[in-house]
Write a protein that binds this ligand. Sequence first.
Ligand SMILES: [Zn+2]
Length: 423
Amino acid sequence: MSLLIKDATIVTQDAARRIVRGSILIDGGAIMQVGEVRGGADAVIEAHGKIAMPGLVNMHTHVGMTVLRGYGEGLPLQRWLDEKIWPAEARQTAEDAAAGARLAFCEMIRGGTTTFAEMCIHPVDGVFKAAADAGMRGRIGRGLMDFNHPEWIPKIMKEVEASLQLGGGGLLPFVGAHAPYTCSEELLMKAKELARRNDLPFQMHVAETRKEVFDVLKARGKYPFEYLDSIGLMDRSSIFAHGNWLTKREMGIAGRAGITVAACPISGLKLAVGGISQLAELDALGANVTLGTDGAASNNSLDMFQTMKMAALLQSHHYWKADALPAQKALDFSTINGAKALGFNTGSIEPGKGADIIILERGPNLRPEHDLIANLVYSAGPQNVSDAVIGGKIVMQGRRILTIDEAAAMKEAEDAAKSIAGS
Ligand SMILES: [Zn+2]
């Protein structure tokens, strides 16, 4: 099916970061023409006076956790995990997680997110199915952990190998490990090796808190990135979430290895981690910087517009420098850099790219328009997103989600939340 997005202001995110007035012709899931378009299409989205931009990429989340939104408030990370989240997740069934996923996809689509990287606690089948039904693009994987019990590894690896057969098209697996402090060295190396063998990205939480950094230093004799480098985990297909507490030397290693950092600024602030991921430096050193929300239990939303804003503001605040992270960089992190890390031919609006496009209405919060990119990063929000197209398919039109029964998704998630939290 062909689709024409007609007469928009197009934020292309191409190599020259051009902003053009015109239309976008999509056919077979791919962008065919941008700007002055010749020929018609089977369907048309009228976008006169609106903004078309690449869909946002949420590089680190836990979709099943939307049912824990607002649960365990006011606790620092370790107590939040030990006392609230891990017991609740142990009560959560795979069906509860899938219900959380459906709610998450409604929130993502409304918020302009078309692609996500999901680290699951539960088996991934339900999330793959919910994501396929929603029409999302993404990578889904387990966050493996053995709590330093290497004897569990054969069973863990057998399960994860089977799950790598799931997905297809715009939904693909990755191999994930939870964190250096919840995994034995053997598990970390086996998981990375599995990712390499299958040519998949590898994702893990790293350097989220200062305590974790010093626990790793004590147990392994090295700072987290130095340790991961010493066991062969730092390369272009590694995606490390957080990175709030990194030394200059570690940032140098990250840059040289070309790893992806998936910073989650709002989650870090919410869990009072103290440090921030120094994105301007990581970017300058050559790391592929991207952004994520983390789960809705520690954010408490999946809003990538808020995330871009907070990422940029935190850099200005941290460096005492108003242009430490220009808005254009924050937008790059959430579009092209994310697509690159996940291996999708998306992230910009150019002929030949996959058609993941969102359309924004210029509401009061986006006027006047002295600087469109600044408006998108600092002023825009889900309230502006009117339409979303993923892989050439319309998933939201005129603010109506076409792929998910939103009322049913909300009800199911409420029911799941009650059974997990016992409230
Ligand atoms: Zn996480």
